[in-house]
Design a protein around this ligand. Structure first.
Ligand code: KIV
Length: 302
């Protein structure tokens, strides 16, 4: 009799909705390559987001504004090759959906047809409802994203929490309801007061996924590199570090450098062996028929 655990079925927009119905929180994390997707999936996350945050945590940009569709698709394909149980969501980068609805549909479609994603995410509230509806009508599941929208930092005046006044909170609730009506299967709430996020979550049928939005959301999302302590330049208040892999990696690399310098790596267990008989045959052959040195003019002159 097999002792392996039963295969868990793939996460879908519908199964996330059912999770909300059962009151079970959704765990989402970003991933940008094959090994991070494998780790996230083995850990049991429900949703893997190939976030445009890759611009900052992987590509070294100061913000997400320079991330392109080509960047996103390159990383989406690497994640898709992990063949995850988790739902895979591709984040639509800046200017891939704002200029026209047609372009938005085409770029959203590329995440599915070329990037191997199951769904897309885009930032914006009621002003994006028409775009969301058109993408959903093209058969592409859409996750919304309101509150702090990193692609709008120039307009928002920086990375600031949103929805802190009664009027702004009402605006967020209206945005969320409009996105749900337009067909979003879920919506990310970023950096908004926890009581506002709870109100929005209770008002929607679809699950809300919070980041800096408190415990009242239907799920949570964190950036892979923040969660694992793989970067130490930015540390927003809402990040919880579950490991310090930057320090652990640096220590391991220092040990490697030291062992190379001291000729302690590689050891015999890391080398391939040659039978004595073959070795002696080679030495005898070289002594009898030495190989001439090739004149250096015929090689690269270092
Ligand atoms: O790009 C990203 O990582 C995101 C999450 C913060 C939701 O949009």
């Amino acid at each position: 009799m097999s002792t392996s655990s039963p295969a868990r079925s793939r996460v879908t927009p519908q199964s996330l909705l059912q999770k909300k119905g059962r009151g079970e929180p959704v765990a989402m994390v970003t991933a940008y390559d094959h090994p991070s997707a494998v780790a996230a999936d083995r850990a049991g996350v429900d949703v893997i987001l190939v976030g445009d945050s890759l611009g900052m945590v992987v590509l070294g940009y100061d913000d997400t504004l320079r991330v392109t569709m080509d960047d996103m698709l390159h990383h989406a394909r690497a994640v898709a090759r992990a063949g995850t149980r988790a739902l895979r969501v591709g984040d639509m980068p800046f200017l891939s959906y704002q200029a026209s609805v047609e372009e938005a549909i085409r770029n959203a479609g590329r995440f599915l047809s070329e990037g191997g994603m199951d769904a897309v995410k885009l930032e914006g509230g009621r002003e994006r409802a028409g775009t969301v509806r058109a993408i959903v009508e093209a058969g592409i599941p859409v996750m919304g994203h309101i509150g702090l929208m990193p692609q709008s930092i120039r307009a928002l005046g920086g990375y600031r929490a949103q929805g802190g006044t009664a009027a702004a909170a009402r605006g967020l609730l209206e945005d969320a309801l409009r996105l749900e009506a337009a067909g979003c299967f879920s919506v990310v709430l970023e950096a908004i007061p926890d009581r506002v996020a709870t109100l929005v979550s209770k008002s929607l049928r679809i699950p809300t996924i919070g980041i800096g939005a408190g415990a009242g959301c239907d799920g949570q999302v964190l950036v892979f590199h923040d969660l694992l302590g793989l970067q130490d330049t930015l540390s927003p208040r809402f990040v919880k570090r579950y490991a310090n892999l930057l320090e652990a990696s640096q220590k391991a690399l220092e040990t490697y450098c030291r062992e190379v310098a001291e000729r302690r790596f590689p050891g015999p267990e890391h080398a391939y062996q040659m039978p004595d008989e073959e070795w002696n045959r080679l030495l005898a052959d070289l002594e009898k028929n030495p190989l001439p040195r090739v004149p250096s003019t015929e090689t690269v002159a270092w």
